[in-house]
Design a protein around this ligand. Structure first.
Ligand SMILES: CC(C)(COP(=O)(O)OP(=O)(O)OC[C@H]1O[C@@H](n2cnc3c(N)ncnc32)[C@H](O)[C@@H]1OP(=O)(O)O)[C@@H](O)C(=O)NCCC(=O)NCCS
Length: 165
């Protein structure tokens, strides 16, 4: 693997990030979406975050998009405006190499710079690697919620982790 480069999202990333995300919607319980969004829907979501000045980072390996991360409002109501939620998605063949940590470190810095004061991670409880990644970056476990999701014919628990920025 060559050096991983991080940079802000640009419009031409939409096809690659849509492909990465589709895998996790269609094949895993990592996201609770059950219908993979189209490129148009992803463009709309990411465009709104960019317009708000929220951090959206792309990881590249030799010019190929291999992952992305963003932080955006945890909840839409105004009093939550200093609290963000993070999301990180690596292409399947980029998982397990520490790239998630590189993205999360940069996302924490960018989120502070964007004015956020707290970051929440909402994680499917069985995803030990994501929980470990957040622990390593100073998130603490806030609580577990039982059977809050239902996907692929089974009930799913989630955990909330939090870090003050
Ligand atoms: C979750 C994700 C961002 C983590 O990034 P990554 O670069 O793959 O992270 P790694 O697996 O290399 O490392 C994460 C840590 O979890 C540990 N880990 C991996 N599998 C584990 C398991 N089954 N149990 C416990 N710890 C585990 C690793 O050892 C590592 O800890 P360490 O650095 O102390 O050794 C990435 O795997 C990913 O994009 N996954 C798919 C999408 C996803 O789950 N996103 C998170 C939604 S918020």
């Amino acid at each position: 693997m060559s050096e991983i480069a991080l940079r802000p999202f640009v419009w031409s990333d939409v096809p690659a990030i849509t492909t990465i995300y589709r895998h996790y919607v269609d094949e895993t319980v990592i996201t609770f979406e059950t219908e993979a969004p189209t490129e148009a829907v992803m463009a709309d979501r990411f465009g709104k975050m960019a317009d708000l000045g929220h951090p959206v980072l792309i990881a590249e390996d030799a010019g190929k998009v291999i992952g992305y991360a963003y932080a955006s409002f945890y909840r839409p109501r105004a009093a939550y405006r200093f609290t963000c939620e993070d999301s990180i998605y690596l292409a399947p063949d980029a998982v397990g190499k520490g790239i998630g940590g590189t993205l999360l470190t940069a996302l924490l810095d960018a989120s502070r710079a964007a004015g956020f004061r707290q970051m929440l991670a909402v994680i499917t409880a069985e995803r030990a690697n994501s929980i470990r990644l957040h622990e390593k970056h100073g998130f603490r476990m806030i609580g577990a919620y039982e059977a809050t999701g239902y996907k692929f014919d089974r009930w799913l628990d989630i955990v909330h982790m939090q870090k003050a920025l």
